[in-house]
Design a protein around this ligand. Sequence first.
Ligand SMILES: Nc1ncnc2c1ncn2[C@@H]1O[C@H](COP(=O)(O)OP(=O)(O)OP(=O)(O)O)[C@@H](O)[C@H]1O
Length: 301
Amino acid sequence: MSLVSCKGLSKSYGSKQALKQVTITLEAGSPIALVGPNGAGKTTLFSLLCGYIKPSAGEVSLLGAKPGSAELLGRVSSLPQDAALDPNLDIITQLTLFATLQGFSTKAAKAEGIRVLGLVDLADSAQQKPKSLSHGMSKRVSIAQALIGSPELVLLDEPTAGLDPANAKKIRELVKTLSGKTTFIISSHNLDELEKLCDQVLYLEQGQLSQSVSVKESQHEDYLTLTMQQCDAGELVSEVMQLGDISSIEERQPNEFLIKHNSGENYAIEIALLSLFKQHNWQYKAVLKGRTLEEKLFSKP
Ligand SMILES: Nc1ncnc2c1ncn2[C@@H]1O[C@H](COP(=O)(O)OP(=O)(O)OP(=O)(O)O)[C@@H](O)[C@H]1O
């Protein structure tokens, strides 16, 4: 049974068509990214998956059931973009309440609340009220709430937006740790973050699913992405073109070069590049196999 199945899924708000004929099947496993410009329909798709809104046309099912149905209680959860906590109740009381609503006994619900707060490193804040929390801490409490009951599918809408780098890293590590048992679908504008976390990236544009990109496939592509320290781009390009099996090299961003090659031999190009750098005493920052996610989504090879 598929994790998510959408067939011709569409949603209009009055005359505004926010989602157009989205058809996709997603399987459980590594985290899946949902990317797209502002207004592309990401939150609308999440809201349909959660059952917060009804489709205007088409079908959607999660784990074989309709979104919002009783069968999915405790199996699917979400962190909405604008998740808000009740200002009047302390954190552990709120989490305990949500766990109780999922069917935990009162005692087990409190233990579950403490467990999920521990996952987001906030066990010490259990007795605090939301107004005494920073924005980042509130976001982490909302992520904790989404993890109650260890659901099979968790939808995270911009989970690290507004978090400082250390806390964003902690959330990424948490997602990595829990992946396997739980499948995460993550909407974010941070492509570097998604590239680190996800194997599959869905790209929504003007309500349509325009691409589904596999991050893992980079291993099999005939591309290298080279990031240099300061260098003379013209000289580098001319020298690299003289190496064998190079089809093209282009500077895509300052000091970042995309090399297309047709070498069938493992590491041959990498070794030739490193010898070239040594010969000229050029300093490099990174040699990445394949193309960056940004290149895959936004540039035609
Ligand atoms: N309740 C609503 N009523 C009317 N139009 C809406 C409503 N919600 C969303 N829209 C419109 O639907 C389109 C898709 O919005 P949505 O919030 O799903 O996009 P998004 O990809 O999540 O954007 P962002 O990255 O800015 O969060 C936008 O044009 C938006 O203005």
